[in-house]
Design a protein around this ligand. Structure first.
Ligand code: GLN
Length: 249
């Protein structure tokens, strides 16, 4: 990395109301992989009644139907307008499960309640009788151009998500259910939004995706041409390969 001092702001959205299955570990992974590269990183937290600090990366985790309903019912127009502007300005978003569903048009929950979504992603979700749980292996969309294309994760959702025409999938299911257990797609990509059903947390054992998010956010803030140095990922890929071997993928 050249000698330019790089600093990034990361906002963890709804850290208390919506963060399940270790999702907060994604913020830690981003923070550590920045600090190990001497990139200054500030973490901000914004829950239901908090304003949102303008940031370079936004992380939003999963949640039970009830929590999603609370967030949806208390989402101010001011916050929605701000997030729409940030998405259009290519800020980087990582959305896991329940937040992915809420960024869509709506989520019909397991009690058949229609939970209004923010309508930022051209997707909709409806709850199914079958809960989609288990380890996952996803072949990521070539659009992300990740050096190591497969990611490993864990999913636990009843919602089946269907993508609209303007949305590309984050990837394709090698193992697991993905978006809906039917069309083999998983997650969604729109501008610099990466949305998926991958808990775990996702990033610690998929460092190639963490570095993609850091690189994209630096590019968005400072322009292109700043490469981040490689880290020693022996431990991360030991975990990654152990999972692939155990799952015989
Ligand atoms: N409540 C949603 C569902 O069941 C999301 C679950 C989650 O975030 N893990 O599909």
């Amino acid at each position: 990395m050249n000698d330019k001092k790089i600093s990034l702001d990361i906002t963890f959205l709804f850290p208390n109301t919506m963060s399940t299955y270790g999702d907060s570990g994604n913020v830690l992974a981003l923070q550590k992989r920045c600090e190990w590269r001497d990139i200054e990183v500030k973490i901000h937290y914004s829950d239901i009644y908090d304003s949102i600090y303008p940031s370079n990366i936004y992380f939003w985790g999963g949640g039970q139907d009830k929590a999603q309903e609370v967030v949806s019912n208390n989402f101010s127009q001011k916050k929605l307008d701000f997030l729409i502007k940030e998405v259009e300005n290519n800020k980087v978003f990582l959305l896991i499960c329940g937040s992915y569903q809420l960024m869509g048009k709506y989520y019909i929950d397991s009690n058949n309640n229609k939970i209004e979504g923010l309508g930022i992603l051209d997707v909709y979700t409806q709850s199914s009788k079958k809960r989609m749980i288990g380890n996952t292996v996803i072949e990521t969309n070539t659009k992300l151009n990740l050096e190591i294309k497969k990611i490993v994760g864990f999913e636990n959702h009843s919602g089946q998500t269907f993508l609209g025409k303007s949305i590309e999938p984050f990837g394709y299911v090698k193992l697991g259910f993905g978006n809906n257990g039917l069309d083999k797609t998983e997650g969604a990509l729109y501008k610099n939004i990466i949305a998926c059903y991958q808990h775990g947390p996702l990033l610690p054992k998929n460092p190639q995706l963490t570095d993609y998010i850091i690189t994209k956010s630096i590019e968005n803030r400072y322009g292109s041409g700043i490469n981040i140095n490689k880290l020693d990922d022996t431990l991360e890929y030991a975990a990654y390969n152990a999972i692939l071997n155990r799952l015989k993928i």
